[in-house]
Write a protein that binds this ligand. Structure first.
Ligand code: FE2
Ligand code: FE2
Length: 170
């Protein structure tokens, strides 16, 4: 999703995070087949929209939604990625707390977003539940679209090969 397509209120809330040089580094990280920045922006924007509908704290939802996966990982091995599923909320919280002043609610949103995969950290606030649920829906959508792209491109190659072979009468 494009930052430009987000509404003005959302942009005003998250602008200082989007402009932060350290935060911008997550654009270089792959995440669910896209960039981590794109994933984080999607989670933040849809969580903000849901919070608005439910009359919750939109500011803290949007900011913490954007920061929920604020970490950079250099080791992309399968083992490291599996470990990261359990360790990254703490890493993201440490990095976000180091760069920005966070409220207790924002800290909880980041720290608890992997519940129930990390069952010892249930969300304390409704806003934390919103980000955790939106993150799962968005991740499922991103996985599905990235795998469907791979499937479609493989199917296209198979179709082209089939046409070539058919034309040769094989
Ligand atoms: Fe995450
Ligand atoms: Fe996420």
């Amino acid at each position: 999703m494009e930052y430009n397509s987000c509404d003005k209120e959302f942009k005003n809330i998250v602008n200082n995070i989007m402009e932060n040089e350290d935060f911008k580094e997550i654009v270089n990280c792959r995440h669910h087949g896209i960039t981590r920045l794109e994933h984080s922006l999607r989670v933040a924007y849809y969580s903000y929209k849901v919070s608005k509908l439910l009359h919750l704290n939109v500011r803290e939802t949007a900011r913490a939604g954007l920061l929920h996966d604020f970490f950079v990982n250099s080791d992309l091995s399968e083992k490291s990625q599996k470990v990261s599923a359990f360790t990254h909320p703490k890493k993201a919280l440490e990095k976000a707390s180091d760069r920005f002043i966070l409220s207790d609610m924002e800290k909880d949103i980041i720290y608890s977003h992997m519940f129930p995969l990390i069952p010892t950290r249930p969300p304390k606030y409704l806003e934390s539940w919103v980000v955790s649920l939106v993150d799962k829906v968005v991740a499922t959508y991103e996985f599905a679209s990235s795998y469907s792209k791979i499937f479609i491109s493989k199917s296209s190659y198979a179709a082209i090969l089939f046409i070539i072979l058919a034309k040769r009468g094989l």
